[in-house]
Design a binder for this molecule. Structure first.
Ligand code: AMP
Ligand code: MG
Length: 407
C-alpha cells in the first residue's frame, strides 16, 4: 500500500496533454488555450471619441463659458464606423460620436451636453474650455500591438471570449476534451426508475461520475452498468481502451469474491501502477495505464466514489485538457476531525467565512456508504495521518467543490 503523496506523484508522471485542435470561438467556452493570445493591433486602434459631441481645437475654446460661449463653425460630422476624412481648422468643429475617429486637426471633444446641441445650423456654441486630449481615447493607450493578453493554458471564460473577439479571433486553438468511459460493476445494481427487488440497490455512482466528468468538460463515450462477470467486463474494457483517454470504474476492485475489474484489466495488458492507497475512504484504488489511456478503478461505496473522483480523477481530467493543477486551500476547523493513524482522511464538509477567515467543519456522517453527507457539503476536508484527532482551531486543507459557493 502506498501513501497518497506517492500515488499522486506516480499519476503526475503519467499526465500527458491531449492534442490541440482549432474550434470556432463561439464553441471554445470552458476550453483551455493551447497558445498565447497576442493583440493583433493596438487598442484603441485609432484615436477616437469617448463621448457624443463635437471635436474641437482646445485652443479655440479658451475662456469659453455658458454665459460667454465661443461659437465654432460646424464643418460636418463623423459617426462610429465611418472613415474620418474631415479636417478641423482654426475656429471650426465637427460632430463626433462615441467610438468615431477624431478628425485631423482636433485635439479634444466637447460633450454635446456642454454645447447648444446638434441642430443649430452651421455654428455651435461651446459652453466650457476644453482641455487638450479631453474625451479622446488615444491609439494604443490600453494595449500595444503584439502584447500578450492571454497565456496558454488559460481557461476560456467570458473575459477571454470578449478579449479574443475584440482582436478579431474567430477561432481558438485549444486542447481536445478528454474522451471518457464510465462503468459501474455489480449484480446488485438497478437503474433508478426501475422496480427494486430484494437485495438490489440503485446505481447512484454513475450519475455522480457522469455529472463530474461533464462538469470537467469530458466527452462521455461509454457509460454502462456491467454485471460481475469477466466476459462482460472484458468486452466493455477492450472497447474502452481503444476509444478513450480515461476509464473510470466504480466497484469491483476490492477483495470481494466477485471483484474482477483488476484481473480483467491486467489480462487486457493494462500496466498497474498501484492498487490500494493509504486513504480513507477508498483504500482499494486502482491506477493503471495502457498506452495513453489512464484507468482509475474506484471502490463502489458511494462516498469513496464521489470523493475518489474529486481527489484523483477530477484534477487529471483538468490537466490533460490543458488546465493547471488545482491547489487545496487552508482552513481552520471549528469542530474536531477524526484523523486516522496511518491513512489520509477525506470527509465531505462545510466551509464558510468567519471574521474574514476560512473555517470548516466535517460532516457528522462519516461512513463511506453515507452519500447524504455530500448534500450540505461545499468542500472536501483532508487531513494527513496522525496519532490523535484534530481539534477545533487546528488547520486543515480543503478542496472547495467548484460548483458550490463559500459565504
Ligand atoms: P464494491 O466496491 O463492488 O465492493 O462495492 C462496495 C459497495 O458499494 C457495495 O455496497 C455496493 O453495493 C456499492 N455500490 C457499488 N456500485 C454502486 C453504484 N454504482 N451505486 C451505488 N452503490 C454502489
Ligand atoms: Mg461489487
Amino acid at each position: 500500500m502506498i501513501t497518497v503523496e506517492d500515488a499522486k506523484q506516480i499519476i503526475a508522471k503519467r499526465i500527458k496533454l491531449l492534442d490541440k485542435e482549432t474550434v470556432p470561438l463561439q464553441e471554445s467556452r470552458g476550453r483551455y488555450l493551447a497558445e498565447d493570445i497576442a493583440a493583433s493591433f493596438p487598442m484603441p486602434r485609432f484615436d477616437n471619441s469617448a463621448m457624443d459631441g463635437f471635436a474641437v481645437r482646445a485652443g479655440d475654446t479658451i475662456g469659453s463659458t455658458k454665459d460667454n460661449p465661443v461659437s465654432l463653425k460646424l464643418i460636418g460630422g463623423i459617426a462610429a464606423g465611418e472613415p474620418g476624412n474631415l479636417k478641423v481648422g482654426k475656429g471650426e468643429c465637427a460632430q463626433c460620436m462615441t467610438g468615431a475617429s477624431v478628425p485631423d486637426g482636433a485635439d479634444a471633444v466637447v460633450m454635446v451636453e456642454d454645447t447648444n446641441g446638434y441642430d443649430n445650423g452651421d455654428t455651435v456654441k461651446i459652453f466650457l474650455e476644453a482641455k487638450p486630449g479631453k474625451h479622446i481615447r488615444y491609439k494604443g493607450e490600453e494595449i500595444a500591438e503584439g502584447a500578450v493578453l492571454i497565456r496558454q493554458h488559460q481557461e476560456i471564460t467570458p473575459a477571454e471570449l470578449g478579449t479574443m473577439a475584440t482582436f478579431g479571433y474567430g477561432e481558438a486553438l485549444v486542447y481536445r476534451t478528454p474522451r471518457v468511459a464510465l462503468f459501474a460493476t455489480g449484480d446488485e445494481l438497478v437503474e433508478p426508475g426501475q422496480p427494486l427487488e430484494s437485495g438490489k440497490i440503485y446505481n447512484s455512482n454513475l450519475f455522480v461520475f457522469a455529472d463530474l466528468a461533464s462538469k470537467q468538460g469530458a466527452q462521455i463515450m461509454m457509460q454502462e452498468i456491467i454485471a460481475d462477470n469477466r466476459q462482460a467486463l472484458k468486452l466493455f474494457l477492450s472497447r474502452a481502451l481503444e476509444q478513450c483517454d480515461v476509464i473510470i470504474s466504480s466497484g469491483g476492485v476490492s477483495m470481494g469474491r466477485y471483484d474482477y475489474v483488476r484481473d480483467v484489466l491486467l489480462e487486457l495488458g493494462v500496466k498497474e501502477h498501484f492498487w490500494k492507497v493509504s486513504q480513507k475512504p477508498g483504500r482499494p484504488l486502482f491506477f493503471g495505464t495502457n498506452s495513453d489511456t489512464m484507468i482509475f478503478g474506484l471502490p463502489g461505496n458511494p462516498v469513496s466514489c464521489f470523493i475518489g473522483f474529486m481527489e484523483w480523477v477530477w484534477p487529471v481530467l483538468n490537466m490533460i485538457e490543458g488546465g493547471e493543477d488545482q491547489q487545496l486551500v487552508p482552513a481552520i476547523l471549528t469542530t474536531s476531525f477524526p484523523r486516522e493513524k496511518e491513512k489520509t482522511r477525506f470527509l465531505f464538509g462545510q466551509a464558510w467565512l468567519e471574521e474574514g477567515r476560512l473555517v470548516c467543519k466535517p460532516s457528522i456522517k462519516v461512513g463511506s456508504h453515507m452519500l447524504s453527507s455530500s448534500l450540505d457539503a461545499n468542500c472536501i476536508i483532508q487531513s494527513v495521518p496522525g496519532d490523535r484527532h484534530l481539534a477545533a482551531g487546528e488547520p486543515v486543507r480543503i478542496r472547495i467543490l467548484p460548483w458550490k459557493t463559500i459565504t
